[in-house]
Design a protein around this ligand. Structure first.
Ligand code: SAM
Length: 421
């Protein structure tokens, strides 16, 4: 989501991006507030530009994204070298804000939720890139007690179907072959009588779009009709990121996730019945207030029961204004205990991911070739249908094509293989 917003910012400015802040006319730190660490990172990045601004007062320095929304004008007081503060919904207002600052040398804070042109600025697209994100939704209507998203991104607003299909088709016309629809709870998307399954089926009709992915799905909103669309539309990849957060019903209740462990396990079963090869990945929060050893053991037993393809796991971080931050004031888990649990869970996940990758050896995978491998330009790199990175040797003109690759090696974070000709 943040990457997508950064690309929208690049497009809104219609300026040449640079990696050298010293030579930039405008510096914008786009931020995430989901965990405390992320917002501390934003402050330290902003601090770095103090001297640059002092030496060149015409340089414009701004902060955008969720930290900007969370702290608003307090940021101008805390960091007087900043020229503007821009909430995540206000990206379409950026060009006007920059012109105003240049003209009137006045600081600006724009954190309104009510932005009419919400979806108007589409992201910058780097020529030759064969994958792209398309936003289908802003904000969130769920009320998970730990999560700051509804506060910083506002309530859910769904983008019209025609807009989504137009942006997708434009990207395909520029050479994109894989689209990932993004939204906080992407499968809750509904608009003008259409449901998420209708969006999936309509995207399946776009010519030359080879692959469709979407993230992040909310477990409770996985319906039979959505599963049917996933198994019927051949372009939809058989990979689903489905955050479970915990394996303990008590913790899930405290998080207000609206499902039980049994319900989640049954949903995974329904997905696997329809698509036996589907790869499921997840998010886990460790150390939610009140999490006992027994609760954590239930999370570990869920990890063993489902054997997720991969998982992102985080230590609970109390966020300002959330209900769980109040629970944490009374019922916090000892940070050392939380670290030990996180370590145990991550070590187990590594084992599972590594075994699953090794088990792919000998399989022939369809790979959409994205470019040269980052670690070794001798290799081409792409993803399998199940979202595993697969590196192999082949001619550069395969970029953008889907090719067959035989897996020869399963590593922890990727696969290696040989092109099948
Ligand atoms: N909207 C999505 C959802 O919750 O299903 C994704 C939200 S967030 C960008 C990605 C992940 O961050 C969540 O799934 C959750 O595991 C984690 N997260 C959110 N708030 C957190 C918090 N206060 N402390 C630790 N992890 C958190």
């Amino acid at each position: 989501m943040n990457e997508y917003d950064s690309d929208r910012i690049k497009n809104a400015l219609d300026a040449e991006p640079t990696d050298d802040p010293g030579s930039a006319d405008i510096i914008i730190i786009n931020t995430c507030a989901i965990r405390e660490k992320a917002d501390q990172k934003a402050f330290s990045s902003l601090g770095k530009y103090k001297t640059l601004k002092a030496n060149d007062p015409d340089k414009i320095v701004g902060i955008s994204g969720c930290v900007a929304q969370l702290y608003g004008d307090q940021l101008l007081k805390k960091m007087p070298h900043i020229d503007f503060v821009l909430g995540p919904r206000a990206i379409p207002k950026l060009p006007a804000i920059i012109s105003e600052i240049e003209r009137e040398k006045r600081k600006t804070v724009e954190t309104s939720y009510d932005i009419e042109e919400l979806f108007e600025i589409e992201p910058y697209h780097q020529e030759g890139k064969v994958t792209a994100f398309v936003s289908v939704q802003q904000g969130c209507n769920k009320r998970c007690t730990y999560c700051i998203v509804p506060r910083v991104r506002g309530s859910e607003v769904n983008r019209p179907l025609e807009d989504i299909l137009r942006e997708t088709t434009n990207l395909v016309n520029k050479g994109v072959r894989e689209i990932t629809f993004i939204g906080q709870t992407v499968n809750s998307w509904k608009e003008n009588g259409y449901k998420f399954r209708d969006l999936l089926r309509a995207a399946g009709d776009i010519e030359d779009l080879d692959r469709i992915r979407f993230t992040t799905s909310y477990p409770r909103d996985i319906t039979k009709k959505m599963i049917d669309a996933m198994s019927d539309v051949p372009q939809i990849c058989h990979h689903l990121h489905l955050p479970v957060q915990s394996g303990s019903d008590k913790v899930l209740g405290g998080m207000k996730r609206t499902y039980t462990r049994e319900w989640y396990v049954d949903t995974v079963k329904r997905l696997k019945d329809a698509m036996p090869d589907i790869a499921i990945s997840t998010d886990i929060i460790i150390g939610f207030p009140g999490e006992t050893d027994k609760d954590f053991e239930q999370t570990m037993s869920l990890m063993r029961e489902i054997e997720f393809e991969s998982s992102f796991s985080f230590k609970f971080s109390p966020r300002p204004g959330t209900v769980a931050a109040e629970y944490a004031a009374e019922d916090a888990v000892d940070p050392e205990v939380a670290s030990e649990r996180l370590y145990e869970l991550q070590a187990y996940q590594k084992e599972i991911t590594s075994t699953k990758n090794k088990n792919r050896v000998g399989f022939i995978e369809d790979v959409l070739v994205e470019g040269e491998s980052k670690n070794d330009p001798e290799f081409l790199s792409g993803r399998t249908d199940h979202n595993r990175i697969l590196n192999f040797k082949g001619p550069k003109d395969l970029v953008g094509k889907t090719v067959k690759v035989k897996v020869t090696e399963g590593l922890l974070n990727s696969l290696r293989g040989e092109l099948v000709v």
